[in-house]
Write a protein that binds this ligand. Structure first.
Ligand SMILES: [Fe+2]
Ligand SMILES: [Fe+2]
Length: 273
């Protein structure tokens, strides 16, 4: 089985010839399925783009949502709509709302959106303010003083969902592929070859998901985790011990591309990127 991995395609910034080029790469590369680690588009265009891609490829698409996918809406309602997409279009699978997917006897796939959860770095002194705070109802409708608590709550909910899925997947498989949008560790949060500083980290690391991943690896010594994420639009690999690797893929607005290929071989995941 050969999976193509895409992150941060931001299809709303994408001209038709760039979209055609991506579809051609996916076909030529022999994708049996596609993984998308979020920032697919914005608002209602997310569902349109996912259906269009699924129709063009006629292959399953496993996705999580990134912060941009929640623009022009609220967090809970956007997730509910994404979870319902699978009923409209059988090739679309929103990993955040799904239990473990078995790819082979040894290899499982799970996913969770994640959120820059203000638990790493220095939120109070950071001058960074994302467009998220104006474009997503939950922040726009809240007091500025409550933003940190909302970010932390989103991280907590992501971590809770992922904890349950990790326990189930790691009890029955020796390799687990985890798709998420936000890098779960400072060490995996790349920008131009360096990792994040204290001002960007609160918005670009999901620390509570990172804690859950570390705990899960400790608890299941026979299992290895490979995490695929995006959000920073800058690439890098972070190995947090021998059994936990995080691959962060780069992205460019208007130039969606395949970030990597994953071969599911007996007992192994081979990642080319
Ligand atoms: Fe992005
Ligand atoms: Fe993002």
């Amino acid at each position: 089985m050969r999976l193509a991995w895409i992150t941060d395609p931001h299809f709303n910034f994408c001209a038709l010839d760039a979209w055609d080029g991506l579809v051609e790469s996916l076909r030529r590369g022999g994708a049996d399925a596609v993984l998308i680690s979020g920032d697919i588009s914005e608002g209602e265009d997310v569902a349109f783009q996912l259906k269009r891609l699924a129709d063009a490829l006629a292959k399953p698409i496993y996705f999580v949502l990134g912060n941009h996918d929640f623009y022009q809406g609220g967090i809970a309602a956007t997730r509910t709509a994404a979870a319902g997409l699978g009923r409209e279009h059988p090739l679309l699978h929103y990993l955040t709302a799904l239990p473990t997917i078995t790819l082979s006897d040894q290899v499982a796939l799970i996913g969770e959106d994640g959120w820059g959860d203000a638990t790493v770095g220095d939120f109070e002194r950071s001058p960074v303010r994302l467009a998220d705070f104006l474009a997503i109802d939950d922040f726009r409708d809240a007091r500025t003083a409550d933003w940190k608590a909302i970010l932390q709550e989103q991280g907590r909910l992501s971590a809770e969902r992922l904890r349950l899925k990790l326990a189930a997947a790691m009890a029955t498989h020796s390799r687990v592929l985890v798709v998420t949008h936000v890098p779960p560790f400072r060490e995996a949060c790349w920008y131009e070859g360096r990792t994040t500083d204290d001002f960007w980290a609160p918005f670009f690391v999901c620390g509570q998901v990172g804690d859950v991943l570390r705990e899960a690896v400790e608890r299941h010594p026979a299992c290895r985790l490979s995490v695929l994420c995006g959000h920073t639009h800058n690439a890098g690999v972070a190995n947090l011990g021998e059994r936990l690797s995080v691959f962060t893929a780069g992205a460019k607005y208007g130039e969606p591309d395949v970030a990597g290929w994953i071969e599911i071989a007996p007992g192994a995941i081979l990642l080319e990127w």
